[in-house]
Write a new protein. Structure first.
Length: 140
């Protein structure tokens, strides 16, 4: 009986570690993704690889900007092999997104630092893809 309980607790602990390694909650800072996402929104995200991304999804990447937020949250505009979007062409070389790179653009383009200034994002910078927006937390 005691051994079964210990095995059950160990299994739950292992499950918690695996879930934490796969899923994370990210808080939106700023309004570069408005109106879809606004400052303070919480997002359930899943760690992923570039091969699993799809155009139109909202990705979480490590920020290339020093001193700011750790992550950027932007919409995937183009993937390897896709044509480079017109609004990004001034920031990159070539007409096609190269292997291992992708293009991100914020929904609120007037308030967004994205591929239009940064150029291509690298696959190594991809942290997660958002699954859904979480309900606001209320004081209890």
């Amino acid at each position: 009986m005691l051994l079964a309980a210990a095995c059950g607790l160990a299994g739950l602990a292992l499950l918690a570690v695996r879930l934490r390694a796969t899923y994370l909650v990210i808080r939106v800072r700023g309004n570069s993704m408005a109106p879809a996402l606004t400052h303070g929104d919480r997002l359930l995200s899943r760690r992923t690889r570039l091969e699993a991304l799809r155009t139109g999804q909202i990705a979480v990447v490590l920020s290339p900007r020093p001193g700011g937020s750790r992550f950027l949250i932007k919409r995937v505009a183009a993937l390897p092999g896709d044509p480079v979007p017109a609004e990004v062409r001034e920031a990159v070389a070539g007409d096609v997104v190269p292997a291992g790179r992708f293009v991100l653009i914020g929904d609120n383009t007037e308030a967004s630092f994205d591929s239009r200034e940064h150029g291509f994002f690298h696959a190594d910078d991809l942290h997660a893809v958002t699954i859904r927006k979480l309900e606001p937390q209320h004081d209890r």
